[in-house]
Design a protein around this ligand. Structure first.
Ligand code: C2E
Ligand code: CA
Ligand code: CA
Length: 442
């Protein structure tokens, strides 16, 4: 959905959605009127120097919960969120806005704006507590758009509009985030609107393409393959990284087309590399949970003639949290053909050891934030623990984000198998990446 469409639909949901109900019993009014009424009520009880914060709360990827458990249990989950979780947040008034969206209205003292941010984080925490639904354990994450009044008397529409803009920022940041409204966000929205307009045509013109970053064997310094990282050569804005445009592709429903387009290109490129070279691609949690994607991915791979053993698919833990069964099914069908699967960004999220043991994966990739912490004793211990863990599970470990010879040496001393990072080479276009193979540091 486009940004303007998103804001418009948020406002329309308040005005039209007959299914919305308010938790505090303001019945008989349209949802929009209820929101305005709730705001008026609260203002009536606030001291004159107090301000109001509006939090627009959106459950991330809730569709996956419905897909996983079915709509009846999805409704039960929503009811738990509404009553059991948000019902505990006594400082605020809560309204159920639309299927998986809620609004909290929180009065706060004028000089104490951080209270609203702390409150938003508490909301994320209580909603994030595991929900047991039959054989499933659901860990929800939330994105929150937060707006605090800078003066008295802003209308419900006004506040909701600002909160919607802040929410779309939080979602663009990958979800599980609190976006706090600032007027600058409207400028970002303008940029985003430009990217939205251009994305489809850029895909058709081949302006979205893989860059390649080398992955090396740490003991010998020999390259073992590349990770493909997507880039956009934007006609006016120059080179744009994935963090800026993948969320847009996702919102516009273009992410599958982009995955398949990149995969075709990656397979074509990799066929020209030495035959023992692997190529890694990233697939997002929602792509991993859709079994149709595995079928398409295999079709593209087989049509390209690239040996499946040369392809590594990198996945992140969040897919496993949201929909373990579907993720496992996709992983299994990929691995059955000889494709290998790596767990990316390991060490940042929630991958519990028990989950890791049950997963059918081939590699671990240590997140670069852990490598950045190697200058501290605790960081070194943690990295050593992860490398040891990989070894005890017989999984080769790749350390990402290696930037210095000291980091490379430390990891080599730990017998970490592979390394990747600016020290060995930055992501580069295919021709540059291939040519750079001869210049890697030992
Ligand atoms: P990632 O999979 O963890 O990729 C590694 C990121 O770390 C890349 O950022 C890479 O440029 C950066 N990096 C590599 N070495 C170093 C280093 O030594 N220091 C520092 N500071 N950074 C380093 P990039 O290319 O911006 O990609 C960001 C994320 O976007 C990736 O994180 C991956 O999750 C996602 N991504 C990239 N390409 C694709 C894609 O084609 N599909 C999907 N679904 N996600 C992608
Ligand atoms: Ca990756
Ligand atoms: Ca990573």
């Amino acid at each position: 959905m486009s940004i303007s469409g998103f804001i418009k639909s948020a406002l329309e949901r308040v005005s039209r959605n007959p299914a919305s109900h308010v938790l505090d019993g303001l019945s008989g009014l349209s949802p929009r009127q209820r929101l305005q009424r709730a705001i008026d009520d609260i203002r009536g009880t606030m001291c004159p120097t107090a301000r109001l914060a509006l939090l627009l709360i959106d459950l991330d990827r809730f569709k996956l919960v419905n897909d996983l458990c079915g709509p009846a249990k999805g409704d039960a989950v929503l009811s738990i969120v509404a009553h059991d979780r948000l019902g505990r947040m006594h400082a605020a008034r809560t309204l159920h806005l639309a299927a998986d969206e809620f609004v909290c209205l929180l009065p706060f003292a004028e000089q104490d704006e951080d209270v609203a941010v702390g409150f938003a984080q508490q909301v994320q925490q209580v909603i994030g507590e595991p929900i047991h639904m039959g054989q499933h354990v659901i860990h929800l994450t939330t994105s929150i758009g937060l707006v605090t009044e800078d003066g008295p008397g802003r209308s419900a529409d006004d506040l909701l509009h600002a909160a919607s803009v802040a929410l779309s920022h939080a979602r663009q940041a990958g979800g599980d985030t609190v976006g706090r409204f600032s007027p600058d966000m409207f400028i970002d929205l303008g940029n985003r609107a430009e990217l939205e307009n251009d994305l489809r045509s850029s895909m058709m013109r081949g302006e979205i393409l893989p860059y390649y970053q080398p992955i090396v064997r740490l003991d010998s310094g020999q390259p073992k393959g590349f990770e493909a990282l997507v880039r956009w050569h934007h006609p006016r804005q120059g080179l744009i990284g994935p963090d800026r445009f993948l969320p847009i592709a996702d919102d516009m429903g273009l992410d599958r087309d982009m995955l398949f387009m990149l995969l075709r290109q990656v397979c074509r490129d990799a066929r020209n590399w030495p035959p023992h070279f692997t190529v890694s691609i990233n697939i997002s949690p929602s792509q991993l949970c859709d079994p149709d994607n595995a079928v398409m991915l295999l079709q593209i791979l087989f049509a390209s003639g690239l040996a499946p053993g040369r392809l590594i698919v990198e996945i992140t833990e969040s897919a496993l949290i949201h929909n373990l069964a579907s993720a496992q099914e996709t992983i299994r069908s990929l691995r059955n053909t000889g494709i290998r699967v790596a767990l990316d960004d390991f060490g940042t999220g929630y991958a519990s050891l028990s989950r890791l043991c049950n997963l059918e994966i081939d590699h671990l990739k240590i997140d670069r934030t852990l490598i950045q912490s190697l200058n501290r004793e605790a960081g070194r211990k943690l990295v050593k623990a992860v490398v040891d863990l990989g070894r005890s599970l017989s999984m080769p470990v790749t350390a990402e984000g290696i930037e210095t010879p000291e980091q490379a040496q430390f990891l080599r001393d730990l017998d970490c198998t592979f390394g990747q990072g600016y020290y060995f080479g930055r992501p580069a276009p295919v021709t540059v990446a291939k040519a750079s193979l001869l210049d890697l540091p030992a």
